[in-house]
Design a protein around this ligand. Sequence first.
Ligand SMILES: Cc1cc2nc3c(=O)[nH]c(=O)nc-3n(C[C@H](O)[C@H](O)[C@H](O)COP(=O)(O)O)c2cc1C
Length: 369
Amino acid sequence: MRSTPPANWELLEAEAERLLPQMVFEYYAGGAGDEVTLRDNRAAFARVKLRPRMLCGVEEPALATTALGQHLAMPVAVAPMAYQRLAHPDGELATASACGALGVPMTLSTMATASVEEVASVATGPLWFQLYVWRDRGATRALVERAAAAGASALVITVDAPRLGTRRRDVENGFALPAGVRLGNLEGLLGADAAPPSIDDGSQLAAHFAVLNDLQLTWRDLEWFRSLSPLPIVLKGVLTAEDARLAAEHGVDAIVVSNHGGRQLDGVPATLDVLPEVAEAAGGRLEVWMDGGVRSGTDVVRALALGARLVLLGRPVLWGLAAGGEQGVASVLDRLRVEIEEALLLCGCPSVHDVTRAHVVRGRAGTSG
Ligand SMILES: Cc1cc2nc3c(=O)[nH]c(=O)nc-3n(C[C@H](O)[C@H](O)[C@H](O)COP(=O)(O)O)c2cc1C
């Protein structure tokens, strides 16, 4: 990596595009369908303006917070993202080390290219485990038990991907894992299904999902998940007030307002747009987190103002990983930390907990909400 990292995420993304094979870059960058939701996730942030307060005497804003009772250096965690060894040979291990150094939780994908045990052995901060639920419930149970035994401190169940959204770029590129890349969490659990199937065309990831995934998952299964481990349960992929209320009724600890970074159902709203509705329905009964299009400190402040307790950061982490391994991820997280601090200071907020709905306005300036 260059000694000075690119000054903003767009330049960093351009650098990653230059460094990565096209098939990998497009798998990371792309979305489902016409990518309308992918674009709207970003556009939504531009529609929300900040309403800073003056003369608040804020010298050093406090960024620290908690999620699920766990200490975080800032209201940011790294989102689960599959296949990180395609970005850099150190893959998830580099991401985990950088997260630990910055006091940011890492969410490890089921589809990681290192096992939860390997990642836990280098993690010095909170490690959360993202679960895809397999038809083979015995294997699913074993995976959750492995994650808990390795020291994961939350189970993040992804609920928006019973089947993979059609990502046209992957189909066109015939996206497939290069030989030698292992899926560490699946080995030893799924027999022959642990390896992605050989296919002639289309996306290998989509084909693997079609073999493995349990499409019959319902709210009734939450009791079963709770019986598997003592880990707090987070549902990732909630987009409506109705589902937020159901999550609260089923004793879920947190929900992530997420559309999978525009990679699942194209045409759903930007997450920032539905965040207020979901937060209101949650009514403080569970924690509300969000992801999708967060790229700067002012984006984080907008999300906090509209009801999120923390945000998950996605693609910029992969761009940092591609450009500089552990150091690249650390510099992405550190820049975000500096930007959040500046945004809080200039908004007149002494801490992340002082950001309120009155700090943002939609559309025309002058009215809050
Ligand atoms: C390359 C890539 C792989 C992903 N893999 C997973 C995954 O394995 N499990 C999951 O729940 N979400 C996955 N996601 C979705 C992210 O967790 C997150 O919701 C999304 O990236 C947030 O949007 P952002 O990238 O705009 O910040 C993936 C996203 C990307 C870009």
